[in-house]
Design a protein around this ligand. Structure first.
Ligand code: AMP
Ligand code: MG
Length: 343
């Protein structure tokens, strides 16, 4: 059984994880935050550089294994912010040289999908909702394909921008979730609803919310509630369309926004309702259910363990590179560009 170390550094988080035989032995991360405004790539990269050793040794310590037991170093090759990716790759190469072990270059989005297998999903449609990314990904005909995505901003960034307009600080998601609980169905405020096939668009809704905030006619918690209900319904609708299109029977979540209990609840309801429709349609289909999978929080957000987890799958299928010069970052790598040799 190989022991794989994984390094995550695509954006604000520097994480190191160790996985053996599909089990997470350790998973440590540190996240760069800003008081105001968005992420400054060079500053985030500096954060990763300054924290990498401490995180690495803490991970080793927590895992109970020794350095020499590591069989390969997996790292996030892309997509992501180039300066951040570079820090991760440099550290991966440093370790590979020191330990005389090969590298396994992993795709960040595919790692979000694969880590859901730790919750026993087998072939899910992944609703991946993070700060910068919002995609519906599933495996089909030899590739991980993007069935739907945001046409403008990622849902996390959308939520954080709304929170910034509302003056409630960063990250906005958890605060908005709390505020939304103070409102309810009878206070729902209609917002634009933008679904195009399996894609969504968010910037028009953001403008609308900004106007509503500026008008001072609305209660903030009602806006938070209505925003969640509207935007999460869009996500759930497109995810369901992808389930229907692919014929898959599993929905899994990934990304920071998936920490939201209301989004999880709405996904669960949709899966249950799909199960009922199927079981009602004919006798032979009574066992067809759409199952819902949601990894624990530490595996939903960006983390090193998911890179190690995918790294182990890739390593076992023979994907490893000893010639470090051959490996580079891929900041704009698309999910469907990944050559999948392990399925
Ligand atoms: P990631 O890019 O995957 O690390 O996710 C970060 C994003 O997740 C940020 O935009 C957060 O605002 C968002 N987020 C975190 N927790 C929640 C939550 N409970 N509800 C909604 N969004 C959240
Ligand atoms: Mg991510």
């Amino acid at each position: 059984m190989p022991t794989i170390l994984g390094i995550e550094s695509t954006a604000h988080t520097f994480g190191v994880g160790i996985v053996k035989n599909g089990k997470v032995l350790a998973n440590v991360k540190k996240t760069y935050t800003t008081e105001k405004g968005g992420i400054i790539p060079m500053e985030a990269a500096k954060h990763h550089f300054n924290n990498k050793n401490e995180i690495y040794f803490e991970t080793l310590n927590n895992s109970g294994i020794e350095e020499k037991e590591i069989d390969a170093i997996a790292f996030s090759q892309g997509p992501g912010l180039a300066p951040c990716l570079l820090e991760g790759m440099k550290f991966a190469k440093e370790l590979a040289k020191k330990l005389k072990k090969p590298l396994v270059p992993a795709n960040h989005c595919v790692a979000h999908l694969e880590i859901t297998k730790i919750t026993k999903s087998k072939d899910p449609v992944l609703l991946y909702t993070s700060g910068a990314n919002t995609q519906i990904i599933a495996y089909a005909s030899g590739k991980y394909r993007i069935f739907g995505e945001t046409l403008d901003v990622g849902v996390g960034n959308f939520i954080d921008t709304f929170a910034r307009y509302a003056g409630i600080g960063f990250p906005g998601g958890p605060k908005i979730e709390k505020l939304a609980l103070e409102s309810g169905e009878k206070n729902y405020i209609e917002l634009p609803y933008k679904v195009k096939g399996m894609d969504i668009a968010l910037s028009g809704i953001l403008t609308n919310l900004k106007q509503k905030l500026e008008s001072k006619k609305y209660n903030l918690s009602d806006l938070c509630y209505s925003m969640q209900e509207t935007v999460f319904a869009m996500l759930v609708e497109t995810a369901e369309r992808a389930l229907a299109h692919t014929g898959k029977k599993e929905l899994a979540l990934g990304g920071g926004v998936a920490c939201n209990s209301r989004l999880q609840e709405m996904c669960k309801i949709m899966c249950n309702e799909r199960s009922q429709v199927r079981s009602g349609s004919s006798k032979s289909q009574t066992k067809e259910k759409t199952k819902f999978f949601c990894p624990e929080r530490s595996l939903l957000v960006d983390n090193g363990a998911m890179i190690a987890f995918l790294g182990e799958i890739m390593f076992k299928s023979g994907i490893k590179e000893k010639n470090l010069e051959k490996i580079d970052i891929k900041p704009r790598q698309r999910t469907d560009e990944v050559e999948v040799k392990w399925r």
